[in-house]
Design a protein. Structure first.
Length: 243
């Protein structure tokens, strides 16, 4: 019998049409990040910034750069020299590692121009395999498997970008997802990230990452670290409440 978490995730995925993703609270910034037709590079750059700081802060970085140069065309981003970009990152305190992330941002802009003809959407256009999309994200400096699978997962699950398959889109364990997977009893309390990834593959081999957002949402809204709101949680009826 299919578990409730997977059932909820599949029902969400079966709904037609792209969904508006709430990346940040600023409406204009959110609109830019969601406009992957006009500003696909904004999405890619934001994904690459998403490490070791709060997600909302990381996803806002492309918009903060946009406010500095009053444009978000890739051609305008290319005009920013690395030292100028470092200065912007440090002055605005955009990240914990401002020089490093400025370098990653700068190289990504160059790579999008050189490898994808200045159109980041070529990373996922023409119905590629999920492994191809994950691999292309892995090629960017500073991107690991967690960022790359997250990027592919959002494209497939929420933007509804068509892929030829979804086998290579794994769950991307963060603190919320790890907590939910453990408390629901899918993995033991001493499990590592690899165990969580492979459990998700076991639960839904065709698209392991399909439960990623539902786990994350449950962790953020209800399955809180110290005071979980179990009676309001959407999977309360099947949760083993392992603490």
């Amino acid at each position: 019998m299919e578990n409730l978490l997977l059932k909820i995730a599949k029902e969400r995925f079966s709904k037609s049409g792209s969904q508006i993703v709430h990346f940040v609270d600023d409406e204009e910034a959110n609109n830019i990040l969601n406009n992957i037709e006009k500003y696909p590079h904004a999405y890619v750059l934001a994904c690459l910034m998403d490490r070791q700081i709060k997600a909302e802060r990381a996803w806002a970085i492309p918009y903060e750069i946009y406010k500095e140069i009053s444009s978000f065309e890739l051609s305008e981003l290319e005009k920013i020299e690395l030292e100028e970009l470092k200065s912007i990152f440090n002055r605005k305190k955009l990240h914990r590692f401002n020089d490093t992330m400025a370098g990653i941002f700068h190289e990504a802009v160059i790579d999008i121009r050189k490898k994808y003809e200045g159109n980041a959407a070529n990373i996922w256009n023409n119905c590629p395999s999920s492994s191809a999309v994950v691999y292309r994200f892995l090629e960017f400096k500073g991107s690991g498997i967690k960022i790359s699978t997250m990027a592919a997962n959002i494209l497939a699950r929420q933007f509804r970008v068509p892929f030829s398959d979804y086998y290579s889109i794994d769950i991307s364990p963060d603190v919320h997802i790890i907590r939910v997977m453990k408390r629901m009893g899918f993995v033991p309390n001493d499990s590592n990230n690899d165990m969580i990834i492979y459990k998700a593959r076991e639960l839904n081999p065709e698209f392991p990452g399909i439960i990623d957002f539902s786990c994350w949402e449950i962790g953020r809204k209800w399955c809180k670290p110290k005071t979980p709101i179990c009676n309001e949680c959407i999977v309360e009826s099947e949760c083993k409440k392992v603490y």
